[in-house]
Design a protein around this ligand. Structure first.
Ligand SMILES: Cc1cc2nc3c(=O)[nH]c(=O)nc-3n(C[C@H](O)[C@H](O)[C@H](O)COP(=O)(O)OP(=O)(O)OC[C@H]3O[C@@H](n4cnc5c(N)ncnc54)[C@H](O)[C@@H]3O)c2cc1C
Length: 153
């Protein structure tokens, strides 16, 4: 059995969450009862981010190399496939002499990411069961969307 838990770094640090399951996770605790951990927790970033420029002279980025999506969206694979196809089409057009092929791909990626941010905010706003928990409260805050990381290259 693999147990995956999504949280924010501050919450994990403040609640010692990596040492034991937080109180209140009754269903998850029941599933894990009697299990022995084979290893300690492995921590990995699952944050939303995007590369500011997804093309440059002689290169083009697609999939996770171009942008990473919230795990709750379950969209990483489908977007990796679709952006891979679009990137391949842009490269073919570019090699055929179309000077704006890379720029069009850049715009498509940017617009898709902006739409995704709006959808993501709407999904998190729709969840109203835990208004007092820091994880959900933070996601209703407008600074959360603004905090999305953007890499310059
Ligand atoms: C734990 C976890 C769970 C996930 N669950 C889901 C899910 O349920 N649904 C979903 O849609 N998405 C999910 N994702 C996201 C999804 O896996 C990714 O968005 C998707 O795999 C991105 O595809 P990619 O081809 O861009 O990159 P990757 O799948 O990372 O492929 C990149 C490949 O390039 C190789 N590589 C790296 N550097 C080099 C190099 N220098 N030379 C040659 N090869 C290199 C790597 O070994 C790798 O095989 C999950 C991700 C993680 C980590």
């Amino acid at each position: 059995m693999i147990s995956v838990w999504f949280t924010d770094p501050e919450i994990a640090r403040n609640h010692g969450a990596l040492d034991s399951l937080p109180a209140g996770l009754t269903e998850s605790s029941a599933r894990l009862r009697g299990a022995t951990a084979k290893s300690g927790p492995i921590v990995a970033s699952a944050r939303t981010w995007r590369r500011k420029r997804v093309t440059g002279p002689g290169w083009i980025a697609s999939g996770d190399a171009a942008a990473a999506w919230d795990p709750l969206s379950g969209a990483g694979i489908i977007r990796a496939l679709s952006s891979g196809i679009e990137a391949a089409q842009a490269v073919l057009s570019h090699l055929d002499g179309d000077p704006s092929a890379f720029e069009r791909y850049q715009q498509i990626c940017g617009q898709r990411f902006e739409r995704y941010l709006a959808d993501r905010a709407a999904y998190y706003r729709a969840e109203v069961r835990w208004p007092d928990l820091a994880f959900w409260r933070y996601r209703r805050d407008s600074t959360w969307t603004a905090s999305t990381q953007m890499r310059s290259s």
